[in-house]
Ligand binder design. Structure first.
Ligand SMILES: Nc1nc2c(ncn2[C@@H]2O[C@H](COP(=O)(O)OP(=O)(O)OP(=O)(O)O)[C@@H](O)[C@H]2O)c(=O)[nH]1
Ligand SMILES: [Zn+2]
Length: 355
């Protein structure tokens, strides 16, 4: 493998020379966990940590590596490395938190294309599409719209839907695919450029993982689960967040990416799962957790085969993610508020002291 296969460019090589980083090796961050990283070079993968200087001089999260970053590193032991510097980024996907967030959360960096996936059946929502486009545009990521599950829509309706989108959203590439009939998958594979980095954006269940598996020509999500062994002797099974497909495209798929989707779909949760929301209103107890309570409408419906248990499980998962996201946003707001109060108090104090 060459570094170019991981997305390395002449600009990065130029920077390397300019900053005299040739004494170090070059690698790309493929996994981040707390302050531990897994980086991939043209020859191997390393469990890496930051050199103290990088950690202590960092003024903010932006100065520290994230998945997708290029870093200067040195190997100090077999497959163990120290990260000395982070190369400049050409794009960065951040968590779009409401208000000014105390600590920015970088989801991934150096992404060329954002594949915004919406399924044509239940997920399709043009407002949300525009929101994803905005996320891409602010992040310097080129958006491509992917309409998935077209096997579930008549051709005529699909044509009408495309016309509706094109009327409102202009100048953005649109592709239609089905992971079932395989329509459009060939086109999709041809669209993917070697050495370019992609990320899949979109709600849970629209077919992102399935698409990635199809493009990779194998069951990627399972084979990518390799033992990372971050602590010696203790092997942790971790899913690599950056993978190179056989067609040369580099895909970043990490949990944070999904949370972008979840935050934006929080409103849509109740629409997508209207049946579940409606059912839950028929439970005997208002605070029913749908686990072991008597006369639970949800469990009854699942037992009678009126409600798909997979669908319910998916709903629960998304609901949990949404609740988690909401509470973390709430926490941030509180912190911001406290900080604001502190500033106000200091100002007041100053006024009183007349300095
Ligand atoms: N009919 C139809 N079903 C599909 C298609 N693609 C995926 N599915 C099904 O949709 C469900 C969700 O697919 P996933 O690929 O797991 O969706 P995802 O977007 O990765 O979801 P998360 O991992 O939760 O973000 C699965 O049951 C798939 O079998 C498609 O093109 N047509
Ligand atoms: Zn219940």
């Amino acid at each position: 493998m060459k570094l170019e296969d991981l997305g390395y460019t002449e600009e990065l090589e130029g920077y390397r020379k300019e900053r005299h980083l040739e004494v170090f090796d070059v690698g790309r961050v493929i996994l981040e966990h707390k302050d531990k990283y897994v980086i991939k070079s043209n020859t191997a993968e390393y469990n890496a940590e930051l050199i103290g200087n990088l950690r202590f001089t960092a003024e903010s999260r932006y100065d520290l590596p994230a998945v997708g970053d290029w870093v200067a590193f040195s190997e100090y032991d077999e497959n163990r490395a120290l990260i000395h510097a982070v190369y400049p980024r050409h794009s960065m996907l951040e968590r779009q938190a409401a208000g000014k967030s105390v600590q920015p959360q970088i989801i991934a960096t150096n992404i060329d294309y954002g594949l915004i996936v919406q399924s044509v059946n239940r997920d399709f929502n043009i407002n949300r599409l525009e929101r994803y486009l905005t996320i891409c545009n602010t992040s310097h990521v080129t958006p491509i719209i992917i309409l998935s599950k077209i096997d579930l829509l008549e051709e005529e309706k699909l044509r009408a839907l495309l016309a509706k989108i094109k009327e409102r959203i202009k100048g953005i590439a649109i592709r239609t695919i089905s992971n079932v009939s395989h329509q459009g998958l060939h086109d999709m594979a041809n669209l993917v450029e070697k050495g370019k980095t992609y990320c899949l954006l979109g709600s849970s269940g629209v077919g992102k993982s399935t698409l990635l598996n199809k493009l990779s020509g194998k069951e990627l999500m399972t084979t990518a689960e390799i033992s990372a062994g971050i602590d010696r002797g203790k092997h942790v099974t971790t899913h690599r967040e950056l993978v190179v497909l056989p067609n040369g495209g580099i895909f970043i798929d990490n949990p944070g990416m999904r949370e972008i989707g979840v935050t934006d779909t929080s409103v849509g949760l109740e629409i997508t799962f209207d049946e579940i929301v409606e059912l839950s209103q028929n439970c005997k107890f208002n605070n029913c957790k749908h686990t072991s309570e008597e006369d639970c409408a949800i469990r009854n419906a699942i037992e009678k085969g009126e409600l798909d248990s997979d669908s319910y499980a998916n709903f629960q998962k998304m609901e949990k993610e949404r609740a988690f996201f909401e509470s973390s946003i709430e926490e941030k707001r509180k912190k911001d508020k406290n900080f604001g109060k502190m500033i106000k108090n200091v100002k007041k104090q100053r006024k009183q002291n007349k300095y």
